[in-house]
Design a protein. Structure first.
Length: 141
């Protein structure tokens, strides 16, 4: 069980590292004024999204559901904090997919947002992380 939790946390950190960094790349990409810089950002964004973030998300869910299956579902199935965590995770997946949409917009040179937009967007995963960690550790309800 502890191995599953360790891997769940490792991949959660990996996923969140990408969720924190990709919108920051979008800030710099939106500010880039030369073709070389824009092409470099496209490569970095693609590798981060498909090479780190998405595998991190999939493995976070895999190990999380494996833990629930092996141990906790019978204990926590009726607990409100777990359902709240699932709802937040669904929102985080929507955010992840929105990052993928912005990736495609930048890839095809059709970004419509300023760097300020991405600076604000960059703060969203912080809020998710804060609440999800509190729910999972404190189990307040």
């Amino acid at each position: 069980m502890m191995w599953l939790k360790a891997f769940h946390l490792i991949f959660m950190v990996t996923w969140f590292a990408g969720l924190f960094y990709l919108p920051r790349l979008y800030v710099y990409h939106a500010m880039a004024e030369d073709d070389t810089g824009r092409e470099r950002f496209k490569i970095m964004e693609r590798k981060l999204y498909f090479g780190i973030m998405t595998p991190g998300m999939v493995l976070t869910f895999l190990f999380g559901f494996w833990m629930l299956y092996d141990y906790a579902w019978a204990v926590y199935a009726s607990r409100g904090w777990l359902h709240a965590k699932f709802a937040l995770l669904a929102g985080l997946v929507v955010y992840h997919l929105a990052c993928g949409k912005w990736l495609l917009d930048f890839k095809h040179d059709r970004n419509r947002h300023s760097h300020l937009y991405y600076r604000w967007i960059n703060e969203i995963p912080v809020l998710f992380l804060f609440v999800i960690v509190i729910l999972a550790t404190v189990k307040p309800f």
